[in-house]
Write a protein that binds this ligand. Structure first.
Ligand SMILES: *Cc1c(COP(=O)(O)O)cnc(C)c1O
Length: 421
């Protein structure tokens, strides 16, 4: 293999490079890079600055030979910091904000996950087609990156979420969109059934090291800008994958030796009462109606990788982390405060993290002088709308939750759409 190994977090055994599970159990796998010191590649654009710590052989290229994948902008806050009474608040902005050199095409930090994941699939000898089940931000990010790179992709989306599927590239025929007459879990189930076929592969969610190491770029860029690890890291979470990624990136920066020796405390924020990670910690209940009524339903994940070795629970325990359940009222006030202070619009999910920071300040979970990294996981949509066209993906196939893949019609139709029949 190239410059990294994939090892089981639990037993430490080296795994086949594209495995998602340990052969000996259920533990998450983690990459181990042979380069132990961060060597920012300023000759490479976007997130490829962190090429040495991304699990690929070469960066993802677009059809016109530029690199696909932007990086977040990390800067020291002045106005919000002052409002909150903080001396060292740093904001990592993943979205579209040209003045800050943030150019993520679908406005969320899913744009960090898609390029390394697609590149890694392409590097496999069997070259399968990626299957992604999503209600929104993830589908957009993968559709955008796959279109830029001219790669085939299958998206499985609940029919009522189809309206969220826009990209800024012209629509081409590399993507097969399947709408499911059901909810997010039905989309996951159908996507899972499609990816049991040898020509297809599921992206694997939190189990995919390319997704996690892509998101880990936030902590790496933060470390470079702050010249040290933060004391605290705030993020809105659904699956909590971004929290695991931040923890893993911090472990690498500690091993580097130049960024300090203490892990940042994770502050993971969910939306009350649809907060399964908060519930797993506190023993309260998730309401049956969820995700209805949520401030942002991209934050609802019924089955986060919580108990699994190397997962959210381990990340929280190892960093003495905290989990928050934020009300819609708190989120909406925090969104207003952020947008007025920093003068950019943010996605509702990101406001949940701002509200958690506000709460942590009020309860003195953070001190005035602490170094804080606030991950604004999405924003700048209003700006992007002014400057770019939005092209809607079209639905190619309609499926019912009960559709079986052994019912080979669906499979044949997918292949035909992707031109691989
Ligand atoms: C996906 C997403 C999150 C939550 O990410 P995790 O996978 O739970 O880490 C937060 N904010 C936005 C905007 C997202 O799209």
């Amino acid at each position: 293999m190239g410059n990294y190994l994939v090892k089981c977090v639990e037993c430490g055994v080296v795994q086949p490079p594209y495995a998602l599970n340990c052969q000996n159990g259920d533990s998450l796998l983690r990459t181990e890079y042979l380069t132990k010191q961060l060597n920012p590649r300023n000759d490479l654009s976007g997130l490829w600055k962190f090429y040495d710590w991304l699990p690929v052989k070469v960066p993802l290229k677009s059809l016109d030979d530029s690199l696909v994948g932007e990086r977040p902008s990390v800067y020291k806050s002045e106005v919000l910091a002052q409002e909150l009474g903080l001396d060292n608040l740093y904001i990592s902005f993943s979205g579209f904000w040209p003045e800050k050199k943030a150019l993520m095409p679908t406005c969320s930090f899913k744009d960090l996950e898609a390029p390394p994941t697609l590149q890694r699939i392409m590097e496999r000898k069997d070259c399968p087609v990626l299957v992604v089940s999503s209600v929104g931000n993830t589908a957009r990010a993968f559709a955008q990156a796959a279109t830029e790179a001219g790669l085939a992709l299958i998206l499985v989306v609940p029919s009522e979420d189809l309206y969220r599927l826009w990209i800024t590239e012209p629509i081409s025929d590399n993507i097969c969109v399947i709408s499911v007459d059901g909810d997010y879990n039905d989309a996951i189930d159908l996507g899972g059934r499609i990816s049991t076929k040898p020509e297809f592969v599921s992206e694997g969610g939190a189990r995919n090291v390319a997704r996690r190491d892509g998101m880990g770029v936030v902590m790496l860029e933060g470390g470079l800008v702050m010249k040290a690890l933060p004391h605290h890291y705030f993020q809105a979470v659904g699956s909590g994958t971004g929290g695991i990624a931040a923890w893993e990136a911090a472990l690498r920066l500690i091993e580097d030796g130049r960024f300090g020796q203490n892990l940042p405390q994770l502050h993971l924020a969910q939306n009350d009462p649809c907060a399964p990670i908060y519930v797993a910690r506190s023993g309260s209940k998730v309401q049956k109606e969820c995700p209805k009524g949520m401030y942002d339903d991209v934050l609802f994940n019924k089955a986060p990788p919580y108990d699994v070795k190397g997962g959210v629970k381990d990340a929280l325990e190892s960093t003495l982390g905290q989990v928050y359940a934020i009300t819609n009222q708190e989120a909406s006030e925090a969104q207003k405060l952020f947008e007025e202070s920093e003068e950019v619009d943010i996605l509702p999910a990101a406001a949940i993290a701002v509200a958690a920071l506000q709460r942590a300040v009020n309860t003195r979970s953070v001190n005035r002088e602490d170094r804080i990294l606030l991950n604004i996981t999405g924003g700048g949509l209003t700006r992007l709308k002014e400057e770019s066209e939005f092209n809607m993906l079209k639905c190619n196939l309609k499926a019912k939750p009960s559709d079986l893949i052994s019912d080979t019609n669906l499979l044949a139709e997918i292949k035909e759409i992707l031109g691989r029949a």
